[in-house]
Design a protein around this ligand. Structure first.
Ligand SMILES: NC(=O)c1ccc[n+]([C@@H]2O[C@H](COP(=O)([O-])OP(=O)(O)OC[C@H]3O[C@@H](n4cnc5c(N)ncnc54)[C@H](O)[C@@H]3O)[C@@H](O)[C@H]2O)c1
Ligand SMILES: CC(C)=CCC/C(C)=C/C=C/C(C)=C/C=C/C(C)=C/C=C/C=C(C)/C=C/C=C(C)/C=C/C=C(\C)CCC=C(C)C
Length: 512
C-alpha cells in the first residue's frame, strides 16, 4: 500500500513499514524536510515528542491568550524572489498563510537615550541613522548596501543543497556572478565589512546589537551571509506576522504533509538512533517500539543527536571538532505577559530591544527583547488586552541545583527585575498586568527537548564566516541533521533553508 493510500484509508503505519525517511522532531527544519520529501513522493514519518508541532515555533493557550513559544519576528514570508522560504515551503504542499506586514522590524532603546527604529522602508531607515550619526552617514549606507550585494546573490538563485554537485554546477552556469559573490562572502564576518566603512565606535556598537539580537554574538563573529539575509530581507520581503500566531506555520506544514501522504506522530519521543554496521537504519521510541527507514533525519540539536540519541563515546571526530568550534548559546528567561491595552500608548511598535549599558549587551539578562504580536493580530488576546513576550538571555547553569521553592522564588524575583526595567518603555506595565507565565532555560529544555534550552550554536571564537557550519549529511551514513545546528544556523528562515537542502540531498541519495 502506498503512503497516500494509507492516509486515504485511515490505516496506520505498522512496525513492518520501512519508510524512505523518518524525521525526528517537528520543528520548522524537520517539517520543511518532511514536506519537501513528501511532495517528491517519498514515504515520510515525523516523530514528535510533544503534543503539537513547531518546537521553538510552537504556541500555547492560557486564559484566552495565545502565546508564541519563541519570538514573533518572522522572516521568509515575502512574496517574490527565492529567499521567501516559508512562503515557498508552504506552497510546495498546497498551503499558504495570511500574514500582517510589520512597518518597523524593531525599535531599539539604547544607552544615552539612543532610540532607533528599523523601518521596513530602507531609505527611511538610512535617513533615521543619518540623523542620529551624521558624520558616519555615508559609511553606514556603504555597509548596508554591501549587505544587499549578498542578498541579491542569494535571491537570484534556487536555494538547495550545497552538498549536491549537479545543483552547484547548474546554479554556477545559471548565475556565475552570484555564485562567485557568495563564495567571496562565505568566509567573512560582519565586523570586518563594517569596519571598512565605519570608524565611529558608537555606530560600530549599533552594528553589534543589530547582529546580536538574532545571532546572539557581536558583528565580529556574525557570518556576513546571514547578515546579508537579515539586514536586507527585512526591507525586501519584510517582517510579516502569520495571522492566528506563529504556531500556524507548523500547523499548516503538517496539514500539507498529510495531504502529500506523509504522517506525523505526536508523543513519540525517540530515545535512540538505531545503527547497523555503523549505518543509521531506524529509531527506537520511549515506548520501546523500533521503526526503520532508509534515511534518518534528526531535527534535534547536534548535542542531543550525538550525545543522547547516539552513544557519546562513539562521537565521530568531525562532531568533536565542531564542538571545539561552536558552543551552545544561552537559553532565555521568558516572560509571557497578558496586559491591559492601556499599557501600550498609541503607535507602539511590535518589537523592541532594551539595553541600558553597552558593556552588558552579551551578559545574561543584559539585553531585553520584546514582542507584542497582538499589535498585528489582536485576535490572540481577549478584548482590551495585549500579549507582551519579554525575553532575555539566561544560562542553564544559573537555574540548576535549586529546590522547587527556590526555583519558583528565583523565577519571580528575576521576572520582577525585567518588568521594572521595561517600565522605562511601558510606564504602568506592572499595574496593568493581567497574566504572567515565566519560562527559564529549564522550561526550554523540558518542552523543546533542546540541550540546556539553548537557542542554537554560537562560535567559541572568531571563525571564518559560515565555512565551518556543517551541511545536512553527517559522518554516520544514513543519518542527516536539519535545523539550527546545521548551515546556515538559527532563525526560522534559516532552518527552512536547512530543510530544503536536507530534503534535496536525501532525494538525490534515494535516487528520486
Ligand atoms: N524568529 C523567531 O522569532 C524565532 C523564535 C524562536 C526560535 N526561532 C528559531 O527556530 C529555530 C529552531 O528550529 P529547529 O527546526 O532547528 O528546531 P526546534 O528546536 O524548533 O524543533 C525541534 C523539534 O524536535 C522535537 N524533538 C527533539 N528531540 C526529540 C526526540 N528525541 N524525539 C522526538 N522529537 C524530538 C522537539 O520537541 C521540537 O519540536 C531556532 O534556532 C531559532 O532560531 C526563531
Ligand atoms: C558553485 C560555486 C562555485 C559556489 C557555490 C556558492 C553558493 C551557491 C553558495 C550558496 C549559499 C547559500 C545558498 C546560502 C544560504 C543562506 C541562507 C538561506 C541564510 C539564511 C539566513 C537567515 C537568518 C540567519 C535568519 C535569522 C533570523 C533570526 C535568527 C531571527 C531571530 C529573531 C529573534 C530572536 C527575534 C529577536 C528580536 C526581538 C523580539 C526584538
Amino acid at each position: 500500500m502506498t503512503v497516500s493510500a494509507i492516509a486515504e484509508t485511515g490505516a496506520s503505519f505498522d512496525d513492518r513499514t520501512t519508510f524512505d525517511a523518518i524525521i525526528i522532531g517537528s520543528g520548522i527544519g524537520g517539517l520543511v524536510t518532511a514536506t519537501q520529501l513528501a511532495a517528491k513522493g517519498a514515504k515520510v514519518l515525523v516523530l514528535e515528542r510533544y503534543l503539537i508541532p513547531g518546537g521553538s515555533a510552537g504556541y500555547f493557550d492560557r486564559q484566552g491568550y495565545r502565546f508564541d513559544v519563541g519570538a514573533s519576528m518572522i522572516f521568509g514570508f515575502g512574496k517574490q524572489g527565492t529567499t521567501n522560504l516559508l512562503t515557498r515551503a508552504l506552497a510546495a504542499v498546497g498551503e499558504s498563510i495570511e500574514t500582517v506586514a510589520d512597518a518597523v522590524q524593531v525599535q531599539y532603546h539604547l544607552p544615552k537615550d539612543l532610540d532607533i527604529k528599523v523601518h521596513r522602508d530602507y531609505e527611511q531607515f538610512l535617513q533615521e541613522l543619518a540623523t542620529k550619526f551624521p558624520q558616519s552617514a555615508s559609511g553606514i549606507r556603504k555597509f548596508y548596501d554591501e549587505c544587499w550585494q549578498v542578498f541579491n546573490c542569494l535571491n537570484a538563485m534556487d536555494l538547495l543543497s550545497l552538498e549536491e554537485l549537479r545543483y552547484l554546477t547548474r546554479v554556477f552556469f545559471q548565475h556565475p556572478a552570484s555564485c562567485l559573490g557568495l563564495v567571496k562572502y562565505l568566509p567573512l564576518n560582519v565586523g570586518d565589512i563594517a569596519r571598512k566603512y565605519i570608524r565611529d565606535p558608537e555606530v560600530l556598537k549599533f552594528i553589534d546589537i543589530e547582529c546580536y539580537i538574532w545571532s546572539v554574538v557581536p558583528a565580529e563573529m556574525t557570518p556576513m551571509i546571514n547578515a546579508g539575509m537579515v539586514f536586507s530581507d527585512r526591507h525586501y520581503g519584510g517582517i510579516n506576522y502569520p495571522k492566528g500566531g506563529v504556531g500556524q506555520i507548523a500547523q499548516k506544514l503538517v496539514s500539507g504533509l498529510e495531504k502529500a501522504g506523509g504522517k506525523i506522530q505526536y508523543q513519540s519521543r525517540v530515545t535512540k538512533i538505531v545503527t547497523e554496521g555503523g549505518r543509521a537504519v531506524g529509531v527506537e521510541l520511549a515506548n520501546g517500539k523500533t521503526l526503520r527507514a532508509k534515511k534518518i533525519v534528526s531535527n534535534a540539536t547536534r548535542w542531543d543527536t550525538f550525545e543522547q540519541l547516539l552513544p557519546p563515546a562513539e562521537m565521530p571526530s568531525k562532531e568533536r571538532k565542531w564542538q571545539e568550534r561552536y558552543q551552545k548559546s544561552p537559553a532565555f528567561l521568558s516572560l509571557h505577559l497578558g496586559v491591559e491595552a492601556r499599557v501600550l500608548p498609541e503607535g507602539t511598535e511590535c518589537h523592541h530591544v532594551l539595553l541600558e549599558d553597552w558593556t552588558q549587551m552579551e551578559q545574561p539578562e543584559g539585553t531585553i527583547f520584546v514582542s507584542i504580536p497582538t499589535l498585528l493580530d489582536p485576535s490572540l488576546a481577549p478584548e482590551g488586552h495585549h500579549i507582551i513576550h519579554a525575553f532575555t538571555p539566561s544560562w542553564m547553569s544559573d537555574w540548576q541545583g535549586l529546590s522547587p521553592t527556590e526555583y519558583q522564588a528565583k523565577k519571580e524575583e528575576r521576572a520582577g527585575v525585567v518588568i521594572d526595567r521595561l517600565e522605562r518603555i511601558f510606564p504602568g506595565l506592572n499595574a496593568g498586568l493581567d497574566f504572567m507565565e515565566i519560562g527559564t532555560p529549564r522550561t526550554h529544555r523540558r518542552f523543546l527537548g533542546r540541550a540546556d534550552g539553548s537557542y542554537g550554536p554560537i562560535p567559541r571564537r572568531k571563525l571564518p564566516g559560515l565555512l565551518n557550519m556543517p551541511f545536512n549529511r553527517t559522518a554516520v551514513p544514513g543519518l542527516y541533521c536539519v535545523g539550527d545546528s546545521t548551515f546556515p544556523g538559527q532563525g526560522l528562515n534559516a532552518v527552512a533553508f536547512s530543510g530544503f537542502a536536507c530534503a534535496h540531498r536525501i532525494a538525490a541519495d534515494l535516487g528520486m
